[in-house]
Design a protein around this ligand. Structure first.
Ligand code: FB9
Length: 554
């Protein structure tokens, strides 16, 4: 036997095969070593797991109907995985074989079960360790199987304890011999005859964690339409030599698998937040909204608060809620004529409002901060709109970062993305707001809405929006909304009969619910596991979120 051959096979396979073929004359000639050697060397059997493939094909040839990959592996004394490998590479060749994946449940001994099958049950070992003159219970308990074995041997009435013995409790045999049923049953299973055990016996062994039911995925292999025991290597490339030599005419080519997945290009991945943002963008654009510019995280207190008729002593305007800037501390560029009108409205009122009756300070309005909402961008956009005469109705939206100096918790960071929708037109009412909110959330797959009166300094009336979330089985606050106050709109120069409805929500909340994330730190920040980003599927907001159509909430 020339040396080279030995090395081609992994040592394990070789050794095991040798064992089988030598003393096991039950194997059909096809499987005898010499035939195997012959097959091994056919130059064209270039397939990686060549030898196993050869064996499988020969076995299949010899079998009537088909064979089970696990049984074949057992017969050949090799890992089931090796046979599965051969099945897979044969499947890749097309119709050589049919392979149907089956899952078969079978009983397997646990590691402790293996040990008992080998060494006997704990109770049997305890029994054997008791000499006729008995054994001190304390000593018996020190034995490796002592504890478990003692109680089982007692319950089997194989032994007894004499508590009154001189030097402490002493254990004696009650019967002369005993049958180690447990070991016998485990050996039965080991021998592949688990079916010989009754359900009760099996469950008792399983309860003692000596036996476990495993599901084995096996293949039922049968001849394919192109079955042959000699499989020639199929060309996978059409080389220039083949063309020039014309040898391609009689070469078998591996069929192209046009369904094969290409290698995923290693590309960037959109963060789930950006995937959901693009969904919201899509919804707004479908509804005819235009995106407002929000490319300024730094905003003046004027546009972030004063322009929204939010009084300068409002709690949100102090350090606790808002990040003020040290440098540049003040906004220099403010439209002063408009600022004067805002000042008067805050301090004295006007436009039918009594105002807040306090001394409005320009310095306070100049203070720069990190915007606390994108409603500041809405104020800028509405002011620009008011400068354009005549007034034209508009629908604006924004989705961008806002910053709040809030207490951090599982769902709140110091920044989040605010989504805002604004509609400005003649004679808009709360009804229009409810209508546009329904249309918006329906596109989100949310149809069951409830509106709860709320308060915002810049909208009157205001409403919190709630939706019934099937998965969470509760009403979830999905946003806030309102009709902008005339004290905000008229100083801008918007016509009397123009009203503006608006609403806002966060981007993080729907994204967390969509991707089943409970802690905001798993969504944003340095702790995010990038795999989640890579694996997070494209999001179809309305897909999962659409609860079954039910009667609208009151
Ligand atoms: O997003 C929020 N909730 C939400 C939204 C969608 C969603 O989708 C699910 C799939 C179903 C789930 C939840 N909220 C607003 C409600 C709460 O989460 C709230 O506790 C937290 N809010 C943020 C502010 O926290 C201080 C969310 C954020 C928010 C709140 C209000 C506005 C914007 C964002 C606003 C506004 C507004 C009002 C009137 C006019 C213009 C803008």
């Amino acid at each position: 036997m020339e040396q080279g051959w030995m090395w081609e096979l992994s040592p394990v396979h070789f050794l095991r095969l040798r064992r089988h073929t030598q003393d096991d004359d039950t194997l059909s000639p096809a499987l005898r070593l010499d035939t195997f050697k012959m097959a091994m060397h056919t130059p064209d059997s270039a397939m990686a797991d060549g030898p196993v493939v050869e064996l499988l094909l020969r076995r299949l040839e010899a079998s009537d109907g088909g064979l089970d990959s696990a049984e074949l592996a057992a017969e050949l004394g090799m890992e089931h995985q090796a046979v599965v490998g051969a099945v897979k590479s044969l499947q890749a060749l097309g119709e050589v074989i049919e392979a149907e994946l089956r899952s078969t449940k079978r009983w397997e001994l646990t590691a402790e079960g293996e040990e008992i099958a080998r060494e006997g049950s704990h109770e049997a070992r305890v029994f054997r360790s008791i000499p006729p003159e008995g054994l001190a219970q304390s000593e018996l308990m020190r034995l490796p199987s002592g504890k478990v074995g003692f109680s089982k041997a007692m319950s089997n009435k194989w032994i007894r304890v004499d508590k009154s013995a001189a030097d402490g409790p002493r254990v004696f045999r009650v019967v002369d011999s005993m049958e180690d049923e447990v070991q016998r049953r485990l050996q039965l299973v080991q021998g592949g005859q688990a079916e010989k055990l009754g359900e009760k016996e099996r469950s008792e062994l399983r309860k003692r964690k000596l036996l476990a039911e495993v599901t084995l995925k096996t293949y039922w292999v049968s001849k394919g339409s192109a079955f042959s025991t000699s499989i020639s290597k199929q060309e996978t490339e059409l080389s220039p030599e083949m063309i020039s030599s014309g040898s391609w005419r009689d070469r078998p080519f591996k069929p192209y698998n046009f369904l094969a997945h290409g290698v995923l290009p290693d590309s960037g991945h959109l963060h789930p937040l950006l995937k959901v943002r693009s969904q919201f963008r899509q919804i707004f654009l479908e509804m005819g909204f235009t995106e407002m510019p929000t490319d300024n995280f730094i905003e003046s207190s004027f546009w972030n608060f004063d322009a929204l008729f939010q009084p300068q002593q409002h709690p949100a305007r102090d350090q606790h809620d808002t990040f003020f800037l040290r440098d540049p501390a003040e906004a220099l560029q403010l439209p002063m004529d408009y600022v004067q009108r805002v000042k008067r409205t805050h301090s004295q009122g006007g436009y039918g409002s009594q105002g807040y009756k306090y001394t409005w300070k320009l310095d306070e309005a100049r203070k720069n901060l990190l915007r606390t909402h994108t409603t500041s961008a809405s104020a800028r956009a509405l002011y620009r709109l008011a400068q354009k005469k005549p007034f034209t109705p508009v629908k604006y939206f924004s989705i961008d970062r806002v910053f709040r100096n809030e207490t951090l918790d599982a769902t709140h960071l110091a920044e989040f993305h605010q989504i805002e929708g604004v509609v400005a037109d003649h004679g808009l009412t709360l009804g229009h707001l409810m209508g546009v909110l329904r249309e918006f959330f329906t596109k989100l797959g949310i149809t069951q809405l409830r509106f709860k009166p709320a308060y915002n300094p810049y909208t009157e009336p205001s409403m919190e929006v709630f939706s019934y979330h099937q998965g969470l089985k509760k009403w979830v606050e999905v946003g806030n909304s309102g009709v902008f106050r005339p004290e905000m709109l008229l100083p801008m120069g918007l016509p009397e009969n123009v009203s503006v409805i608006a609403w806002g929500l966060s981007l993080e909340r729907p994204t967390m619910i969509k991707y089943g994330i409970n802690n905001i730190r798993d969504l944003v920040g340095h702790k995010v596991n990038l795999q989640m980003v890579y694996d997070s599927p494209l999001c179809r907001l309305d897909a999962e979120l659409r609860p079954p159509p039910t009667q609208e909430a009151a």
